[in-house]
Design a protein around this ligand. Structure first.
Ligand SMILES: NC(=O)C1=CN([C@@H]2O[C@H](COP(=O)(O)OP(=O)(O)OC[C@H]3O[C@@H](n4cnc5c(N)ncnc54)[C@H](OP(=O)(O)O)[C@@H]3O)[C@@H](O)[C@H]2O)C=CC1
Ligand SMILES: N[C@@H](CC=O)C(=O)O
Ligand code: NA
Length: 430
């Protein structure tokens, strides 16, 4: 490709609008960096009349976004609609079939159909770029696929959802309620169209599936990921965590274990001494452990208009320069099958908070449930004394296998003296 690079943008919301503005504002810089002018020639969204904060009157408008794939004035299709099926998927498939490079931020689509789409793109010989889909503005796909290409990755973990990190940080700092803080994240443009994707850990799992595929050279296995969100993290747990020398973060973790590659997303107790404990607000972080490089920590903004547009435009620039790497880091025929180690085999330490009736024998019953399932307690904390109502009891354990821990928790939950479902948070030794 030479001459002007003509861009068609589907979706003009937080990210699409941001991309149009960034291409306008940095036009000279981008042209200097790739030796070509990058122009938006066509756009599509639902509402033609909506003000996008950028003049798009010179662009062709398509009522049907899928028509961008066949528009003769579009060289590159940028999909910023979202959703794991429907128009976004059909547009990307049509663009690949038409031999047009695709840039997308759509992690939901890639997590579920990434292997098939990557194979289609490789077969057609067209780039499928998705830097914005994982950790927004942090160039983590480029880092793993290119900068760290000489390494064998052992483990990758990170804060992959800006909305959850913003909520956990703000709840801890201000004592405000979960729903109230979530509404703020939605106003700031961080949250997904359906915010339950954020708070239930699904968005982080989408990103982890992609990250893990690129890190370990495997087909994606979103269905195999163990996923828990942050709805049950209470102000009480946030405070106990600090008291014990931890901070609670929603982490995505993928790593090599004796039972295969583990993939899990859940709230974690992270030691306050770990750098990731201090990644706050909408910031994301990705920590890679690899040989021979050692440890690499990347941090930056994972959501919002500017950071996400930054990643989308970097992908466009790569295409303008004629630079592209295999979609998932390896030719599709070399990808290993995507299989995930069973969560029951996870081996780690745990924080458990019980609300119990303050009466004799409670701790003995709890300790017996742990003993019978080979779980060794590290500490027990009961601060308040209140014979009239339930009191919190916090237990931390030594490292143990998850399956035994779950059997113990089931037995503890059934005790008459335990008045609420036990709260369990895994402790990560980072
Ligand atoms: N927001 C963020 O911080 C980040 C978002 N992403 C991803 O980027 C993508 C876009 O997200 P975001 O910009 O936040 O979403 P928004 O909801 O802000 O924007 C979605 C856009 O898609 C348009 N749209 C929706 N349905 C259709 C359709 N059927 N045909 C044509 N256009 C349609 C909407 O049109 P209209 O405006 O007319 O309603 C809107 O312009 C998603 O995949 C998301 O996961 C990735 C990283 C960060
Ligand atoms: N909803 C996502 C947006 C970026 O992917 C988040 O909060 O991180
Ligand atoms: Na990124």
């Amino acid at each position: 490709m030479s001459g002007d690079l003509r861009i068609g943008i589907a979706g003009l919301g937080t990210v699409g609008g941001g991309v149009a503005k960034l291409l306008r504002d940095q036009a000279d810089l981008l042209a200097a960096r790739c030796g070509r002018t990058i122009r938006v020639t066509a756009v599509a969204a639902r509402d033609k009349a909506k003000d996008r904060g950028v003049d798009l009157s010179a662009c062709r408008w398509h009522d049907d976004a899928r028509a961008l794939a066949g528009d003769p004035d579009v060289d590159v299709v940028v999909e910023l609609i979202g959703g794991s099926d429907g128009v976004a998927r059909e547009l990307i498939e049509a663009a690949i079939a038409a031999g047009k490079p695709v840039v997308t931020a759509n992690k939901a689509l890639l997590a579920l159909h990434g292997t098939v789409l990557a194979k289609a793109a490789e077969t057609a010989g067209v780039p499928l770029a998705y830097e914005a889909a994982v950790a927004g503005g942090i160039p983590v796909i480029k880092a793993l696929r290119e900068g760290l290409a000489a390494n064998r990755v052992k483990r990758v973990h990170g804060i992959l959802n800006g909305t959850c990190n913003y909520i956990l940080t703000t709840m801890r700092e201000t004592g405000r309620e979960f729903a109230d803080v979530l509404a703020d994240a939605q106003k700031l443009g961080y949250a997904e169209a359906d915010p339950s994707f954020d708070v239930d850990g699904i968005d982080a799992a989408h990103k982890l599936a992609i990250l893990s595929s690129v890190a370990f050279g495997r087909e994606l296995d979103f269905a195999g990921i163990h996923v828990e969100g942050i709805r049950h993290v209470s102000a009480l747990d946030l405070a106990f965590a600090e008291q014990l020398g931890y901070r609670i973060k929603l982490l995505g973790i993928a790593g090599v274990t004796d039972h295969g590659i583990e993939q899990r997303v859940h709230p974690c107790m992270v030691p306050l001494a770990a750098p990731i404990a201090h990644v706050e607000g909408v910031f994301n972080a990705v920590f890679v452990e690899a040989e021979p490089v050692g440890n690499v920590l990347l941090t930056g903004r994972g959501a919002g208009e500017g950071p996400t547009a930054s990643a989308v435009v970097a992908d466009i620039l790569d295409i303008a320069r004629g630079h592209h790497a295999p979609v998932l880091g390896l030719p599709p025929s070399r990808l290993a099958p995507g299989e995930t180690a069973p969560m029951g085999r996870h081996y780690g330490a745990y924080y458990i908070r019980l609300m119990v009736k303050d009466q004799p024998g409670v701790i003995a019953d709890v300790a017996a449930a742990f003993r019978d399932n080979a779980v060794s307690m590290e500490s027990v904390l009961q601060q308040a004394r209140d014979p009239s109502g339930p009191v919190p009891v916090v237990i931390t354990t030594h490292e143990t296998e998850e399956a035994g821990m779950m059997r113990a928790i089931q037995r503890i939950a059934a005790l008459g003296s335990v008045v609420e479902p036990p709260r369990l948070i895994r402790i990560e030794a980072l």
